[in-house]
Design a protein around this ligand. Structure first.
Ligand code: SF4
Length: 427
């Protein structure tokens, strides 16, 4: 049986000529050149883009610029391009496209940016889904002739330390479906989505990766490589090794392997690289990916965690909120408050000025001595809600709470959804 291929190429910066050379070589090695025809759909990672607080969270526009140039040069007549995405829950994708600098791509190339909220959508039944039996995705995703994923390599505490090709599929869902099973079931959820989000070609922006904090606000590290593959799992197994992670400890990779998407063993992957993986591991060896239990983090609040422990749910989202402060407002992270946050079913007595019960399932069996006991609902709550609730309940303003992002999150998001509703009514 043929082994899946992963190609790694050194690339110190976003030089267009160099990138075109690398992408062309990737297409040739994977024998995909003849497939560049018809509707080419590209799915990047644009979870959040903001020059001050989220400068390294998204696939860079220079990367897509070079990719589009490469594809156009190799394409047949009647080839056209779509860039699809659903940014983080609570922010409109159209604004994130703009903030990420993608609008220029529309001016330069025959490509259309299609934000999830404003797109035509279709419901698709999943034959092999463990948690999802049906999902609502963009029509363009289903009607592609060639599907390209362009992830950004990052650390991510919600998925055991890493986000690459497999997790990119979270951005094919609606906001509501995205939060559903975003609990301890996240690995099964991610692998369910491979049935639909199964790219033909993956090209990863690992020139500048983002590490060590919140997946949106964390800081960059120059890794200087592009990773190319035609298998999401093989790609992620190699990425895990590059980040000094054991693929066997990453539940979504394990789940994908158990469901027949490939092996976790590097020996079963054909790696074509012009830089040794050992050298790359050396570059990332001192990276702290931030993946720790949330109740061990010495931040502004005391955190108590019971069961279940949802890495992809409340505990993970709380950890992400703490890292948002640590990344972009460290003085707030270090300022202690007499606030205790409880997550899950916790046994024990609590004595604190304020107690916040986070998540629908949270309960305390024990005595609570507090001036106020407050609740934040959700399974799990959305990042946006957490930011708002913690501001209103504790006075701690997260760095993402900025006037322009609030404008994005409320009037612009409402307008985007309205446009989408009208478009879908007219189908
Ligand atoms: S509400 Fe409970 S089950 Fe749901 S994500 Fe939070 S901790 Fe997990």
């Amino acid at each position: 049986m043929n082994r899946p291929k992963v190609i790694i190429r050194k690339c110190e910066n976003y030089d267009k000529k160099e990138l075109i050379k690398i992408f062309s070589e990737g297409l040739e090695i994977l024998e995909l050149e003849s497939k560049i025809k018809g509707k080419i759909v590209i799915k990047p990672n644009v979870v959040l883009a903001h020059p001050k607080v989220a400068p390294s969270a998204f696939t860079r526009p220079e990367f897509l610029d070079a990719l589009l140039s490469t594809l156009i040069e190799k394409s047949k007549n009647n080839t056209y391009f779509r860039i699809i995405e659903n940014s983080g829950v609570g922010v409109p994708t159209s604004r994130m496209f703009k903030r990420a600098g993608y609008k220029n791509l529309e001016k330069k190339y025959p490509v259309k940016l299609i934000p999830y909220e404003e797109s035509k959508k279709v419901k698709v039944k999943l034959q092999k889904g463990k948690v999802h039996s049906e999902i609502t995705v963009q029509k363009d995703l289903i009607e592609n002739d060639f599907l390209i994923y362009t992830p950004k390599l990052k650390t991510n505490v919600l998925d055991f330390g890493m986000t690459a090709a497999l997790k990119l599929n979270i951005g094919i869902l609606s906001d509501k479906e995205r939060m559903k099973y975003h609990t301890q079931k996240l690995p099964e959820k991610i692998v369910d989505l491979l049935e639909i989000g199964f790219p033909d070609f993956i090209v990863t922006d690992a020139i500048e990766i983002a590490i060590g904090g919140n997946q949106m606000t964390e800081h960059p590290l120059q890794l200087g490589i592009v990773i190319i593959s035609d298998s999401s799992l093989a790609h992620d197994v190699v990425c895990a090794h590059i980040l000094n992670l054991d693929p066997k400890n990453l539940p979504s990779l394990k789940e994908a392997s158990n469901r027949g998407y490939g092996s976790l063993n590097l020996k079963n992957i054909e790696i074509n690289t012009n830089i040794s993986i050992e050298k790359l591991r050396n570059k990332t060896k001192n990276v702290n990916n931030g993946f720790v239990r949330v109740d061990t983090v010495n931040g502004p609040f005391k955190i108590l965690s019971g069961e279940p422990y949802c890495t992809g749910g409340c505990q993970g989202i709380m950890l992400d909120w703490l890292y948002m402060l640590k990344d972009r407002a460290p003085s707030k992270f270090n300022r202690k408050k007499d606030v205790t946050v409880v997550i899950g079913k916790y046994s024990g007595n609590i004595n604190s000025k304020k107690v916040i019960l986070l998540g629908d399932c949270t309960e305390v069996s024990g005595k609570i001595q507090a001036k106020k006991v407050l609740k934040i609902k959700g399974c799990p709550p959305r990042h946006r809600d957490l930011i708002l609730h913690f501001f209103l309940k504790t006075g701690v303003r997260a760095p993402l709470m900025r006037p322009e992002l609030l404008m994005d999150a409320y009037p612009f998001l409402f307008w985007s959804h309205l446009k989408g509703k009208i478009k879908n009514m007219l189908i």
